[in-house]
Write a protein that binds this ligand. Sequence first.
Ligand code: PGA
Length: 256
Amino acid sequence: MNKKTVIANFKMNKTCRETVAYMTELLPLVEKYDAYIGICPPFTAIKSASRKAKGSNVIIGAQNLNENEKGTYTGEISTAMLIEAGAKFSLIGHSERRSLYNETNELINKKIKKALASGFTSVLCIGETALERTHKKTQDIINIQLSKALEGVYANELKYIFIAYEPLWAISKGTGSLPLPTKEEISGAVNYIRKVLENLYDKQTSQNTIVLYGGSVDDVNASSLSTIAGVDGALVGGASLNTVKFSKIVEGFSKK
Ligand code: PGA
């Protein structure tokens, strides 16, 4: 079994001080686990969190970045700023950015290219809504989101792009309208993601690309989710805010 990746997405939670306290608690809890561990705190905590993480098995990432180099973009943050603060990667196209801040596939493609040009790894988030699911549009959405986000991206660049499959109806314990996805449903979607990657690139690239699952991953279901073939790890929101729960998730995804 390959080493898995577990990424925490704090969303708009935890101040800088709270993030540092979190890191102090978390690092000893996860040091024995054989997994790649990433933490995405808010921008203001990236620098302090990176200092804390130095020499540990945890790396720090961002939750978003701007597609431009620099300039008149009030309220935005550039890749250079994130790199200087110590971030090693960024989430791109999270469903909350798509739905609340109108991020389109075209914008997401620009962000992916900006990250690549800066030598920065991206975690590209994709996934269908409950309505799209009900209308059996899951594969269409995966196909559109992947092919548009990856337009103009070369096969040899895919090693700097992780894919996070996050069905929107499964985020934050689900919407209530649909039950959480079964292992078979997740495995079906992840297999389809690899099929699209194979069509866009080739079999080798598709097999080598890191594909994560996200949506209500917690300390109870982590171990079971980690056994789904083709799932290389998890992107965790709510349950990552608690160090004990997050360390149990890392344990669930660790090499046994
Ligand atoms: P959740 O969030 O783990 O709270 O469902 C996942 C995400 O939005 O990345």
